[in-house]
Design a protein around this ligand. Structure first.
Ligand code: ZN
Length: 679
């Protein structure tokens, strides 16, 4: 990449990964990005460069506002809860942020105003009147995706207001036939409203020069060429109230569109870091700054990061990014992640069962520098981890360590048995480093694993275990095992950005301080090492396959699979058939979220004469468990108990609604008591 040419040493680097949206949990798709970024940051630090990694939750917009309303909490309460979950999940995946904030922060509001006012005074903001769908019942303007209707091109029903999923046509909500607001299910009207536009078209020439400077990957540059050839459209950066976001200066009732304030959140998060360190904001964002600014993103948000964002920075008189690095999506067993297939794997679900480093390694081993999708094949995940980490890497250390601790009381020999072999391992460091630098982690891992094979072959040939039978060979055994451990040490140094915990345990084992990259070049001789403790354990393939959970995929024990409100009635049944369903009034005695499930609440329900039951209900997105205790609900009491991943559900809580946050528990009028039959 071109930034190599200009880079000074030591480099000063600021890195971001894209902001996770506060509308849901961290999942494998985002983890890929966080892991890719974190490995690069750790690599730069290990090479002796100054590197800072900041991020924040993306918290604004209509979906957040509506979700909070549906939960009966404020938007701020919602985003604070999600922020805690996001921080915990990312920390458990060993993602080492220097600052992790939120776009709903005073620092961000101040920066949004600063950039906007700079753009305005430079003449890059224009006011224009536009016609937009308005929901008269909800009293709000409707974003394109909040209007649904019949595709004007192919006639498919139930399509969003911006594009048709059936024929791919793009259009505006005004083009839909029979448009309906998804907020209130009523027909929207069209109203004029004044909006604020950023004049992206004014930046076309400079953006082209920036793109061809090597700031993006080649495949990305080709994609951007397509957009340039279509002409850059000016960008509507305002939204009408009600909106969860920041109000635009001198424009009451107008708010910054979430995509305007989200990337400015990078700057805000860095400002928070500056406030508690000696770092200076201007050193990293002033025009002409000699520092580097790198953004890591998914390929779906290229338009925002490779066009809008550099233009906004330039228009506001700030530096542009050194590079924007895009990656592909995660697929599971060859298919898109899907909630209905049970392959929407959250970070928490993975972390509840497996060590973070295994996923970090697997992602790294498959991540190239391009934007291809990365397929997580669960069978391959198991074999790869067991073969590479347990069978090859850790095996080198575990085979040699025992002979050193038993035979020589932990002392390594004073010289290397195979200096030429050692020198080849050291020399490989530069091409491995170059692969890390250009984000070809798969290439780095491939080279490291080839060296692992060589190290194992060396030990296989010298057979310290058979030499050790004769006490006369003690010096030879010590020398061979010292060589083996030195080879392991080099490999662990090279893998440290990917496997920070195994590296830390290995540093302890060798009784050394934290390894810099350059430490690989210096052999460890004549010192005393500590007793060896196992560094990794094998994965059980059965447990890995359980990551994809077809049981958890279907909405369990609550409403039947989401039926649209207009679903036709099913075939008639007799009164006798209905009487076979034992419906009871139940009292919720306790309710809690189910760890590892996004959907489920675990309810303890009292049914009077029938005793108490455990019921798992798929209503987590719709209800706060703390507010359910003491409520009366309606329960199917004679439903056959259903074994689920989290326990057995002995009944069904009845609820209405399409699903997700839109589920509504049925409740009897006052006077009903737990255990009463419903008929
Ligand atoms: Zn269509």
């Amino acid at each position: 990449m071109a930034y190599f040419a200009a880079m000074t040493s030591p480099r000063r680097i600021l890195v971001t990964s894209a902001l996770p949206y506060a509308n849901g949990p961290i999942h494998l798709g985002y983890l890929l990005e966080a892991v890719q970024t974190d490995i690069w940051v750790r690599f730069q630090k290990q090479r002796g460069h100054e590197c800072h990694y900041v991020c924040a939750d993306d918290t604004h917009g209509t979906p957040i506002m509506l979700k909070a309303q549906a939960e009966g909490i404020s938007a701020v309460e919602l985003i604070e809860r999600v922020n805690r979950e996001h921080r915990r999940d990312l920390a458990d995946m060993l993602i080492e942020f220097d600052n992790y904030g939120s776009t709903h922060a005073p620092e961000n509001e101040a920066l949004c105003d600063r950039l906007y006012l700079a753009l305005r005074s430079a003449g890059f903001i224009e006011r224009r009147s536009i016609s937009q769908a308005y929901d008269e019942r909800a009293n709000m303007f409707l974003p394109d995706r909040y209007v649904k209707g019949i595709c004007p091109n192919c006639g498919t029903a139930d399509q969003y207001g911006d594009s048709c999923e059936s024929c791919g046509a793009t259009y505006t909500p005004a083009d839909l036939k029979d448009p309906v607001s998804v907020v209130s299910n009523t027909q929207p009207v069209w109203r004029e409203s004044e909006h604020y536009f950023f004049r992206l078209s004014a930046f076309e020439a400079n953006l082209k020069a920036w793109v061809s400077s090597g700031a993006v990957q080649e495949s990305v540059a080709r994609k951007l060429e397509e957009w340039f050839s279509q002409g850059l459209k000016d960008w509507d950066i305002s939204r009408d109230a009600p909106y969860f976001g920041f109000e635009i200066p001198d424009a009451p009732g107008k708010f910054f569109y979430v995509w305007f304030d989200a990337p400015i959140g990078y700057l805000a998060s860095f400002t928070q870091l500056c406030a508690r360190t000696a770092l200076e904001f201007e050193d990293f964002f002033a025009l002409g700054a000699a520092t580097e600014l790198h953004h890591f993103i998914g390929k779906d948000i290229l338009y925002f990061h490779a066009l809008f964002w550099p233009a906004v920075l330039e228009g506001a008189g700030l530096r542009r990014p050194t590079a924007v690095h895009a990656h592909g999506f995660v697929t599971i067993n060859g298919q898109k992640m899907s909630k209905s297939r049970g392959t929407f794997i959250t970070a928490r679900r993975y972390l509840d069962s497996f060590p973070p480093e295994y996923l970090r390694y697997y992602f790294a081993a498959k991540l190239g520098p391009g934007i291809d999708d990365l397929d997580m094949n669960l069978a391959e995940f198991t074999t790869r981890l067991n073969s590479d980490i347990v069978g090859k890497l850790v095996n080198i250390a575990s085979r040699c360590a025992g002979f050193i601790s038993r035979g020589t009381e932990g002392r390594l020999s004073p010289g290397l048995a195979e200096p030429a072999l050692q020198a080849r391992f050291v020399a490989a460091g530069e091409s491995i480093a170059a692969a890390y630098e250009r984000l070809d982690y798969a290439g780095a891992v491939r080279e490291i694993m080839e060296l692992c094979d060589e190290a194992n072959q060396y030990i296989d040939q010298r057979k310290p275990w058979s030499l050790a039978k004769d006490p006369g060979n003690a010096a030879a055994v010590q020398s061979i095992c010292t060589q083996g451990l030195n080879l392991y040490r080099i490999l662990a140094i090279y893998l440290k950005p990917i496997l920070p915990l195994i590296a830390a345990k290995s540093e302890q084992f060798f009784d050394e301080p934290a390894w810099a990259w350059a430490d690989a070049a210096r052999p460890l001789l004549g010192t005393i090492i500590r007793p060896y403790e196992p560094l990794a354990t094998r994965l059980d393939p059965k447990r890995v396959l359980a990551l994809v959970d077809p049981v958890g995929a279907t909405p369990p024990a609550a409403a039947p699979p989401a039926a649209p409100p207009t679903a036709p009635p099913t075939a008639p049944i007799s009164i006798e058939e209905f009487a076979r369903v034992d419906l009871r009034v139940g009292e919720i005695l306790a309710a809690r979220a189910v760890e590892g499930s996004d959907k489920l609440l675990h309810l303890r329900v009292g049914l009077g004469e029938l005793g108490e039951r455990d019921i798992f209900a798929g209503i987590r997105a719709a209800y706060d468990p703390a507010k359910l205790v003491g409520r009366l609900i309606v329960v199917v009491a004679n439903l056959a108990p259903r074994k689920m991943r989290f326990g057995t559900s002995a009944g069904m809580a009845l609820a209405a609604g399409p699903g997700g946050a839109d589920l509504f528990l049925l409740a009897p009028d006052s006077g009903a008591a737990a255990g009463m039959r419903v008929k």
